[in-house]
Design a protein around this ligand. Structure first.
Ligand code: HEC
Length: 160
C-alpha cells in the first residue's frame, strides 16, 4: 500500500519536474527527452522514501524553520558576522555550503550545535532522536537541485 503510494507521488513529482515551468509553451519534446536522459546519466539515485522526507519536513518546520527559514532559504546576510562575531543561520537549501559536508558530519553538527564553538546553532541531541535527525536531513537534501545533490553525493561517498 505505502509502496504504491510512494510510486504515485514520485511519478507526479517527476512529471512536474519534466514539464519545465519556465518554458510552458515548448513543444520540443526531443530536447526535453534528451535533457532528462543526460540528467539521469549524471545524477546519482535520490532518496525516494517519501514517508521519510515528509516526516523530516514536519520536524524541520517545527524545529529549524524559525532560524533557517520555511524553505531552508536561510538569512540573506548569512556570510556576515554579527556584532558578537557570530554568523546568522545559513541557507540549507543547497545555495550555501551545507552540501560540502558528508552525512556523518551533518548529523554531528545538528546533534551538538555550535554554541560551545562560539556559534549560534543550538544542539538537538536532547530534543531529536537519531532517526529524527536523519529524516530532517532527508528533507533538507530533497530541497537540493540535482547538480548540488550529485556533488554532495561524491563527497559523501569519499567519506565512507
Ligand atoms: C536558533 C537558531 C537556529 C535553529 C533553531 C537551528 N539552527 Fe542550524 N544553524 C544556526 C546558525 C546560526 C548556524 C551557523 C553556524 C554557527 O552558528 O556556527 C547553523 C548551522 C547549521 C548547519 C550547518 C550549515 C553549514 O552550511 O555548514 C546545519 C546543517 C544546520 N544548522 C541544521 C539545522 C537543523 C536541521 C535545525 C533543526 C533541527 C537547525 N539547524 C536549527 C542557527 C539555528
Amino acid at each position: 500500500m505505502s509502496a504504491i503510494y510512494n510510486i504515485v507521488v514520485i511519478g507526479i513529482i517527476g512529471s512536474l519536474g519534466l514539464t519545465g515551468c519556465d518554458n510552458p509553451g515548448s513543444t520540443n519534446n526531443q530536447s526535453q527527452a534528451s535533457q532528462s536522459a543526460s540528467t539521469k546519466a549524471t545524477v546519482p539515485p535520490r532518496n525516494e522514501d517519501m514517508q521519510q522526507i515528509l516526516r523530516g519536513g514536519r520536524l524541520y518546520q517545527q524545529n529549524c524553520a524559525v532560524c533557517h527559514g520555511r524553505l531552508a532559504q536561510g538569512t540573506s546576510n548569512w556570510r556576515q558576522r554579527d556584532e558578537e562575531g557570530k554568523f546568522p543561520p545559513p541557507p540549507l537549501d543547497g545555495s550555501a555550503h551545507t552540501w560540502h559536508h558528508p552525512t556523518a558530519q551533518l548529523i554531528e553538527i545538528i546533534e551538538n550545535g555550535t554554541l560551545d564553538r562560539g556559534g549560534n546553532m543550538p544542539a538537538w541531541k536532547d530534543v531529536l532522536s537519531k532517526r529524527d535527525i536523519k529524516d530532517v536531513l532527508a528533507w533538507i537534501k530533497a530541497q537540493w537541485p540535482d547538480e548540488i545533490y550529485a556533488r554532495w553525493y561524491r563527497i559523501d561517498q569519499r567519506a565512507q
